[in-house]
Design a protein around this ligand. Structure first.
Ligand SMILES: [Zn+2]
Ligand SMILES: [Zn+2]
Length: 255
């Protein structure tokens, strides 16, 4: 049995003392593939380095909306060079974050458009982050320039089932983190509204550790707990969720 953690940030200082153990622990529970996600140019480069070092890691590169305020205007050339690296499987995480609002909204939208254009030009899947910006996000993705032309995933999904329907109609996947194991998580209907052939698993580690590790450092092996939770909510066997989400990731990211 194989599990895929489709969203990890293993370059953070949280992992500097024991990364080889973290990766071995993941492997020992069947987590044989981890997509490590950049949030700016520096961490995108680090993600590629990790993917060159560890056989179970592949990289995604991109500029997160919260990291865009001081971005150099010529970032795009460097980003293109990263995207073309053979260990890079996606562009991300990219998106909109009106919750933190670290970057002016106009600038967030500008770099989102630029990176979506890259995804079209270079035929790459996207990994999308969205917080408190559903109206603008749907306006962008449903624009005729992009509508049904993009492949990708809406990560750490926080919307309702009506928005989920529109995301699915665009051909995108939806992924859930350890948040779904929290006591105060109430979106059972949202999870049930997503067909399992459109679901991906992710930890978003070191953040969002599932119960019983809530508040501690999260790591890829915990993707198993998220898989268990989904299996129990949907009342299907664990193996079905593991196999289907693994197949979905392989299909989307081409590995
Ligand atoms: Zn995110
Ligand atoms: Zn993330």
């Amino acid at each position: 049995m194989t599990l895929i953690d489709s969203h990890a940030h293993l370059y953070f200082a949280d992992f500097e003392n024991d990364l080889p153990d973290v990766i071995d622990r993941a492997k020992s529970e069947g987590v044989n593939k981890i997509i490590n996600i950049g949030i700016d140019l520096e961490t995108s480069k680090k993600s590629i380095e990790l993917a060159e070092t560890y056989e179970s890691i592949v990289a995604s590169v991109g500029i997160h909306p919260n990291e865009a305020s001081s971005l150099a205007n010529d970032y795009i050339d460097e980003l293109i060079a990263y995207i073309k690296h053979p260990r890079v499987v996606a562009i991300g995480e990219i998106g909109l974050d009106y919750f933190r609002d670290h970057t002016p909204r106009e600038k967030q939208l500008q770099i989102l458009y630029e990176q979506l254009d890259l995804a079209l030009d270079l035929n790459m899947p996207i990994i999308v982050h969205n917080r408190n910006a559903w109206t603008d996000m749907l306006n962008v993705l449903e624009d005729t320039r992009y509508k049904n032309k993009l492949r990708g995933v809406m990560h750490c999904y926080s919307g309702d089932s009506i928005v989920a329907r529109r995301i699915l109609d665009l051909g995108l996947y939806i992924s859930f983190t350890g948040v779904i194991t929290f006591k105060n998580w109430k979106a059972v209907d949202v999870l049930r509204s997503v067909p399992i052939d459109r679901l991906l698993l992710e930890t978003d580690c070191p953040f969002m550790a599932p119960v019983p590790f809530r508040g501690k450092r999260c790591e890829p092996v915990y993707v198993k707990l998220i898989c268990e939770k989904i299996a129990s909510v949907l009342d299907v066997p664990f193996e079905t969720i593991a196999e289907t989400t693994t197949k979905n990731s392989m299909h989307l990211f081409g590995f």
